[in-house]
Design a binder for this molecule. Structure first.
Ligand code: ARG
Length: 471
């Protein structure tokens, strides 16, 4: 390692102002600086630079010695970034120029070889693709963790019954396991989406230059291989201005956040005294600064609220790209906040909500009590008639009248006598009374995708197997 040169006392001209006179106006500087956000891309930036410089040397474009000096210098720059020791200089704008300038301070003239055949335009496109690939891997872990928490509860509660709801009105009984597995399905699709996003992102744009490639004989495939990417982009104009992968990642994050928001909403409802279906562990509950009795489901509310932020990130990104002429435009710098923010926020949300679900205690008796009265078994009574050759519409009407009668007389539907049932349809006999057994009702809804215990057990086993598989 070369001797570290003292930073010059006279401020050197930023690398990007070669043809410009004087300094940028401070108001422009304040507006265009992005290091506070894209500084987070330093691991990707330095990885990309090291792959690039190794290739330049292998191709004989730059001296081997200079390449080695740069490689080691960049290791040091990385450590300084990690330690938070890189001093931000707004005139240097972004992570790329900060890294290059610091490298220059550390290794001197040799640093000038690094940027041959490269532009910040293809450099930032690469950094983002590397970030997206890593984010997808990280998200996959957290989504899998969330799925495991749900599966754990599903396994415990295969026999726990509760009303399924439509319009938030009691509809038909299901098992809690079936309910949990509904979220597992959503998250399973999220995982597939992250894998898809990863696949399309894992391509190297380096060698696209500012927009039109370079006269230097770069080995683009080698750089891609070094970085563990699966190939190179095929059009330089597209490569430097394309943000599809960023948008796709943030979309996948937003949709996953929407799924968590729905789960969050149910947790909020279920932890109310009114529902009482779920008791969060105290370690995942919050109190009130004023009301001493409070136990609040903030974790679920934040999950719900953060879906709003994620959707905002997605819309923001789409609108930034809309209307941009080819190729690179500085508007694209505004993509950092949503791109860097959405996956970080989602990982946090997944991990916390996963803990809340894993440690929550479902109130089996309360769920069971919500099935009392039998109104959620009305459909079974109608289907009982259908099995006795009554047209469904006629059956629907008859049971509807019976339900209205029960309500009007303050009775439970399950308490009607055979004689009363017969008032609403002559085909009724005492067999209909057997419909008012929730276990039997759930067991008889035995179709693929249905809530019957054996169907649910099979789905549970299938998902557990999927999650045991290493990606
Ligand atoms: N900070 C810039 C961005 O993220 C890097 C590319 C700058 N390119 C340029 N021609 N000014 O978009």
């Amino acid at each position: 390692m070369r001797k570290i040169r003292r930073p010059a006392s006279r401020k050197p001209k930023p690398v990007s102002r070669a043809a410009l006179s004087g300094e940028a106006d401070p108001r422009l500087v304040r507006m265009s600086v992005s290091i506070q956000e894209d500084g987070a891309l330093h691991p990707q930036d330095i990885r990309g630079s090291q792959a690039h410089v190794a290739m330049l040397a292998a191709r004989g474009i730059i001296p081997r010695k200079a390449a080695e000096t740069i490689r080691r210098g960049l290791d040091r720059v990385r450590r300084e970034f990690e330690a938070g020791a890189i001093r931000h200089d707004p005139r240097l704008e972004d992570v790329h120029t900060h890294a290059e300038r610091r490298l220059g301070e550390l290794v001197g003239r040799a640093a000038g070889y690094l940027h041959a055949g490269r532009s910040r335009n293809d450099q930032v496109a690469l950094d983002e693709r590397l970030f997206i690939v890593e984010s997808c891997d990280r998200l996959d872990e957290s989504v899998a963790g969330m799925m495991r928490s749900l599966l754990g509860q599903a396994r415990r509660h295969q026999r726990t019954l509760l009303p399924g709801y439509t319009h938030l009105q009691r509809a038909q009984p299901v098992s809690l396991a079936h309910h949990m597995l509904a979220y597992v399905e959503m998250l399973g699709r999220d995982r597939e989406r992250f894998a898809e996003v990863r696949r399309r992102a894992a391509i190297s744009p380096l060698g696209s230059g500012a927009l039109a490639g370079t006269t230097l004989r770069l080995d683009r495939e080698r750089v891609a291989r070094t970085l563990g990417l699966d190939g190179v982009t095929r059009n330089s104009l597209d490569a430097v201005s394309d943000r599809d992968s960023a948008i796709e990642l943030v979309f996948a994050c937003a949709l996953c956040a929407v799924h968590l928001s729905r789960l969050g909403e149910e947790i909020v409802l279920w932890t109310t005294r009114e529902f009482g279906f779920l008791d969060l562990d105290d370690s995942f509950a919050t109190g009130s600064s004023l009301m001493p009795q409070k136990k609040n489901p903030d974790v679920a509310e934040l999950a719900r609220g953060r879906a709003g932020t994620a959707i905002g990130d997605l819309v923001g990104l789409l609108v930034i790209v809309k209307g941009l002429p080819l190729a690179y435009n500085r508007d694209l710098q505004e993509d950092k906040r949503p791109l860097l923010g959405a996956p970080r926020m989602l990982v946090e949300t997944l991990d916390a909500l996963s803990g809340a679900v894993e440690t929550g205690r479902f109130q089996v008796e309360r769920m069971r009590a919500a099935l009392e009265g039998g109104e959620s078994l009305a459909t079974d009574a109608a289907e009982w008639l259908v099995e006795r050759a009554v047209p469904f519409r006629e059956a629907h009407e008859a049971v509807g009248q019976a339900a209205a009668f029960a309500t009007a007389t303050g009775r439970a539907l399950s308490s009607l006598t055979v004689a009363e049932w017969r008032r609403f349809h002559p085909r009724f006999d005492r067999g209909v009374l057997r419909c008012f057994d929730p276990e039997r009702s759930v067991a008889r809804r035995d179709l693929p995708g249905g809530p019957a215990p054996r169907r649910v057990a099979a789905e549970l086993a299938r998902w557990e197997k999927v999650l045991r598989r290493r990606r």
